[in-house]
Design a protein around this ligand. Sequence first.
Ligand code: SAM
Length: 217
Amino acid sequence: MAHSFNVSDRVAAGDYNEIWHRCWSESRTAWDRGEVSPALRQLIDEKGWELPSGVGIVPGCGRGYDAMFLARPGLRMVGADLSSLAVDAATAIRDERGIPADQVEFATLDFFDFAVPEGGYQVAYDYTFFCALHPSMRAAWGARYAEIMAPGAHLIALMFPLAKDDADRERGPPFLVCEDDYRRALGDCFELIHIDPSCKAHDTRVGQEVITVWRRK
Ligand SMILES: C[S@@+](CC[C@H](N)C(=O)[O-])C[C@H]1O[C@@H](n2cnc3c(N)ncnc32)[C@H](O)[C@@H]1O
């Protein structure tokens, strides 16, 4: 199956961090659409979704467009990526745009292993991150969100790339996903409070994206 980004490496689950470092050092970032996700912009700007105030995080932020978009008065964002090259690129774009560093901070860190600020995060945005992880990591992904998010926090997950059939779900990244994969991973700690199957999508990903919002119980 063809996806709109392809990382050609095929390695064991434990070596995925290495893949991402290599992608960045070899400038292989074909997943990058160069702009904020249309579905996220639509949710906030057109549908008027109200975000909790506090601190938000975008794990696997890449060049950081979504973190920059989400930052606003009352909501300070952290864009986090394993790769310092991603973080440098995102920081350079932020500075070019004149966005103050106290509105959006980019940090080199592993989502699964960093010190969570006191009180946790009130907002998270997950796009092309769930699918970037080997399926064996999904339970850990959900447990980690449960750990880092405050009660009542909103996890906005733009599900992508949606599987239409029994295609090989072990091949990737990106690994195919479905709504049940998110439900299973997020378990009893989150409730689904919004889903829009007809949300906007990047041109090359129409039919493969559905936006959801999950509330941390
Ligand atoms: C497919 S890219 C998507 C980047 C960005 N979300 C976008 O749409 O342009 C996945 C990103 O996740 C980062 N990443 C992978 N595993 C990570 C981890 N455990 N912690 C933080 N970042 C990670 C990679 O370095 C890469 O930049």
